[in-house]
Design a protein around this ligand. Structure first.
Ligand code: HEM
Length: 165
């Protein structure tokens, strides 16, 4: 069985990463489902922040800007990750920096677990009947890897559990 690389995977050595071929079929599926979700940006934001503030009311006070502009920034960051699937080094640098800023906003590793879970749930809700076809589990894994890179960038200890399967 040939080994293929997840587009959000990183390694301490990018040389070793480069010799493992990128899983292009996965890239295409992730891009396809992201495009479908992206069509519902406003509804996704509404559902996601409602869920987040219900599940973790203590994080509400960390957000200083309104949820619409916050959601636009979150989606813009995900747009960049998706655009740069073929350039993991650029994503890694961007996510490490984003993670550093998040430590100063008060985000903890536990918050990332909640955000990943609720983002995937919200994606499922906006896609409705099309959710099954969108391979949401693949987005769960991708978002878990994004979260890991942000947490690593923040210098906080990692929850040493594998990304959600
Ligand atoms: C998938 C993971 C996440 C992504 C891609 C993401 C993305 C972003 C982006 C792009 C911004 C705009 C500001 C900046 O660029 O520094 C932002 C702000 C922020 N994020 Fe996140 N975020 C994520 C996870 C989290 C988590 C786990 C928390 C914890 C509760 C969080 C809380 C915040 C807060 C408090 C702000 C500042 C809001 C403000 O200025 O009012 N984020 N996020």
């Amino acid at each position: 069985m040939s080994v293929q690389r997840h587009p959000v995977a990183t390694s301490s050595s990018f040389d070793s990463l480069a010799i493992v071929p990128l899983d292009r079929a996965l890239v295409a599926r992730l891009r396809g489902s992201y495009e479908a979700v992206r069509l519902h940006e406003l509804r996704l934001a509404e559902i996601f922040y409602a869920k987040l503030f219900a599940a973790a009311p203590q994080v509400r006070s960390l957000f200083k800007s309104d949820t619409a502009s916050q959601a636009a920034k979150l989606m813009a960051a995900l747009d960049t990750v998706v655009k740069n699937f073929e350039r993991p080094q650029e994503n890694a640098a961007m996510l490490a920096e984003l993670g550093r800023r998040h430590a100063s906003y008060g985000a903890t590793p536990e918050h990332y677990d909640i955000v990943v879970r609720l983002l995937v749930e919200s994606m499922g809700e906006v896609l409705g009947a099309n959710a099954a076809a969108a391979n949401l589990n693949e987005w769960r894994t991708a978002l878990s890897l994004i979260a890991r890179q942000m947490i690593r960038g923040s210098g906080q200890p990692m929850n040493e559990k594998p990304p959600h399967a």
